[in-house]
Design a protein around this ligand. Structure first.
Ligand code: NAD
Length: 289
């Protein structure tokens, strides 16, 4: 529940550390009796985020599709996003239906020009700069586009909760394949190929709805959320679970939480700082653009 200026004088009493500023919305956090700060003024957002980054020892960024929209890759839930065009194909359907596998690969190849042309945006580059500076041990991402690796993170320091769409994997034996191998067979036969070793279906190395989460990535993301002192959720609608549980986990473990998103999220009230603004414009100043 957001309370505008009429309440601000009284809110000062709730938490005297917060100086009330113009251009900032304050939210009463009912359970804790504290204030969440929602910054709509970009200058103030950058300034406050800079202070929190400077104060933090270990920062864990948690990214969603919104960090890649400025790179030309549409997200799921924004207007014009992928879900407005295609119903997602759940894992069970992919396994059970050849037609679903064909459709899934047809969609993937239709996106290939977009994925292949994308390069890291200002958000990715800012996080990579913090990584190089030793403040960020790893990035936890829901994204499947490989752009954190392209921005300079070592593969092992990108915790992919939902996998990676830039290569394929057999769902039976786990053998990995280049997309080129799949495409060649798809174009020759008109159908999605099965594994050359075990005959099980080959799928992009992503996690579909209904598919088991990757255990190692979940374990590492849990450790990072619990150990960081600043957790920054960037460009995620925070509605896809269990991934959406990590901001709360970090908060419960004593970390500060920042949410950067141009739309409200259901978790804004829990955050210490919400920057309701464009990601590139917010993080760009940290890398000089
Ligand atoms: P989402 O589409 O549900 O949410 C994206 C959020 O980012 C939205 O709340 C939107 O308001 C915000 N946003 C978009 N552009 C922004 C910008 N420039 N500045 C500030 N905010 C912006 O995405 P999600 O929460 O990551 O979850 C959906 C699933 O979609 C994930 O599992 C992910 O694997 C998958 N996905 C990934 C990609 C990718 O890898 N780039 C693209 C589409 C979908």
């Amino acid at each position: 529940m957001e309370k505008r200026c009429g309440l601000l004088r009284r809110l000062i009493v709730i938490d005297s550390d917060i100086a009330i500023r113009p251009g900032v919305l304050y939210v009463i956090r009912k359970t804790l009796g504290l204030l969440a700060v929602i910054v709509t003024d970009i200058g103030r957002g950058v300034e406050q985020l800079g202070e929190m980054i400077a104060e933090a020892g270990v920062i864990v960024p948690f990214t969603g599709a919104g960090i890649s929209t400025e790179c030309g890759i549409p997200d799921f839930r924004s207007p014009g996003g992928l879900w407005t065009r295609n119903r997602p194909i759940p894992f069970d359907e992919f396994v059970a239906s050849r037609a679903a596998r064909d459709e899934s690969w047809r969609r993937r190849f239709a996106m290939e020009t977009t994925f292949a042309a994308a390069s890291p945006g200002r958000g990715h580059r800012a996080l990579a700069a913090l990584y190089r500076a030793g403040k960020v041990p790893a990035v936890v991402t829901q994204n499947i586009d490989n752009l954190h690796q392209a921005s300079g993170f070592a593969d092992d320091h990108v915790i992919e909760l939902h996998g990676n769409t830039t290569y394929a994997r057999c769902i039976g034996c786990g053998l990995t394949y280049d997309l080129g191998w799949v495409k060649e067979r798809f174009e020759a036969s008109g159908h999605a190929p099965d594994c050359a070793t075990c005959d099980e279906p080959v799928k992009t190395a992503t996690i579909s709805f209904g598919q088991a989460m990757p255990e190692d990535a979940m374990r590492r993301a849990t450790e990072l959320a619990q150990q960081c002192d600043l957790f920054i959720a960037i460009g995620s609608s925070l509605v896809v679970w269990p991934a959406a549980g990590f901001p709360l986990m970090a908060k419960n473990a004593g970390g500060r939480l920042v949410i950067i998103n141009n739309e409200p999220t259901e978790q804004d009230e829990m955050a210490d700082l919400v920057i309701r603004h464009d990601i590139g414009d917010t993080l760009g100043p940290f890398v000089g653009n």
